[in-house]
Design a protein around this ligand. Structure first.
Ligand SMILES: NC(=O)c1ccc[n+]([C@@H]2O[C@H](COP(=O)([O-])OP(=O)(O)OC[C@H]3O[C@@H](n4cnc5c(N)ncnc54)[C@H](OP(=O)(O)O)[C@@H]3O)[C@@H](O)[C@H]2O)c1
Length: 237
């Protein structure tokens, strides 16, 4: 039987391309989007997918996810936490606690919510995987080495992705005892609305690399932070 994948932020950008490639390979796809319109557009293109309309920034997404998934299956094989928002402030003088809170809520608390929603379903899988779409910009090692010294990167985004990376490590250490693999991914510098000034990759190319990696090394890369098709990010994350 084909595997089941739940992908957040699947209405556009990388999440949309991931939904397309998993769907094309006969996976049962649960794309999470925020609006009815986005769900209808996905159903036009992928009539056998099962959209979930929810906002990972809100606690009630947990029930929304469980309702849609639980009606159709007791197993989720892959959870891809992709939903994300860019930050605005690049200078400390412009940083607001509100913006940092908003990004932390989506990038870090959003992952906590989706994992709570599907952990029981993941435990039913023969090869369960949680893939958190992080960013090189969340890497403490790369930041400390001066990689981003030229500026032009958001404070809130880097803080939120670093927090998400810590969450990925904590989840890996606990969930690997239950056979659930947790990985953190930098997808590449994509041309999307989250793009940085040095973008060089189409989101469908990144989705292709992530899909290929899911078929091969994903389970053995548990507890790692890597860019599929390229290699591991520097340690410590
Ligand atoms: N672009 C890059 O170069 C790059 C590099 C490294 C990492 N990333 C990461 O890759 C992931 C995908 O980003 P992208 O580049 O594809 O950006 P994107 O085109 O802006 O897509 C972001 C997606 O996340 C969804 N989303 C945002 N907040 C949400 C929420 N509260 N609940 C549910 N869905 C939400 C958006 O939904 P709506 O359509 O409803 O707004 C959209 O579908 C993000 O986690 C991003 O941080 C991107």
């Amino acid at each position: 039987m084909s595997e089941t994948v739940l992908i957040t932020g699947a209405g556009r950008g990388l999440g949309y391309e991931l939904a397309r490639i998993f769907y094309a390979h006969q996976y049962r796809v649960f794309p999470l989007v925020r609006t009815q319109t986005a769900a209808e557009e996905l159903l036009m293109e992928m009539p056998y997918c099962h959209p979930i309309i929810a906002d990972v920034g809100e606690d009630d997404c947990i029930d929304s996810i469980r309702t849609v998934v639980g009606d159709l299956t007791d197993t989720v094989d892959i959870l891809i936490n992709n939903a994300g928002i860019p930050g605005i402030a690049y200078q400390f003088s412009e940083v607001t606690t509100q913006e940092v809170g908003e990004l932390f809520n989506v990038h870090c608390l959003g992952v906590i919510r989706t994992v709570k929603a599907v952990s029981n379903y993941l435990e039913q899988s023969a090869n369960p995987r949680i893939i958190n779409i992080s960013s090189r910009l969340g890497s403490l090692a790369m930041t400390a080495s001066g990689e981003f010294n030229e500026g032009g990167f958001s404070y809130s985004y880097r803080i939120a992705k670093a927090a998400q990376n810590m969450l990925s490590l904590c989840l890996d250490q606990e969930l690997r005892k239950k056979g659930i693999h947790v990985s953190s991914i930098h997808p590449g510098k994509m041309y999307t609305s989250c793009a940085s000034h040095d973008a060089n990759l189409e989101p469908h190319e990144a989705a292709g690399s992530i899909f290929a990696w899911c078929q091969s090394a994903c389970s053995s890369n548990t507890g790692q932070f890597l860019e599929p098709g390229t290699g591991n990010m520097p340690f410590p994350w």
